[in-house]
Write a new protein. Structure first.
Length: 134
């Protein structure tokens, strides 16, 4: 949904870039498309689906972009803003969860190795992320 919004509303690309780094997108395909959109925006080049497809050139990207474009459009600006905000919120939460999971695994490893200093550092980082959810 966020990718569709970015393809349809150029103004959202700047907002997305400020709020969320492209590395935060979990799917490598989506990350590559977002990277291209960020670069096109930065270079002030036209952002049209056909141009994006041509830049990427891969059949799987073509299918993904085509599928996004044939889905039902959003009603108006208020709906677009609302959906955009929800998408960003969900992506941030997904990434926070992924980082928490990685930290839990690192804490387990550090505990097994008896590295109490590392455990303490990881726990601080984990607790800071856990508070972000609240």
């Amino acid at each position: 949904t966020l990718l569709k919004l970015l393809l349809k509303e150029r103004s959202l690309i700047k907002q997305a870039k400020l709020l969320f780094e492209k590395e935060g997108f979990l799917s490598p395909e989506i990350r590559e498309i977002v990277n291209l959109l960020f670069n096109l925006e930065e270079e002030n080049k036209p952002i049209e689906p056909s141009r994006v497809v041509n830049y990427l050139g891969d059949g799987s990207f073509n299918r993904l972009i085509t599928r996004l474009l044939i889905e039902e459009d959003f009603a108006g600006t208020e709906e677009i803003d609302s959906v955009f905000s929800e998408c960003i919120k969900k992506l941030k939460e997904d990434n926070r969860r992924k980082i928490c999971q990685r930290l839990k695994e690192e804490i387990d490893i550090a505990q097994k190795e008896g590295d109490l200093l590392r455990v303490e550092e990881l726990l601080k980082e984990f607790n800071a992320l856990a508070k972000q959810k609240e």
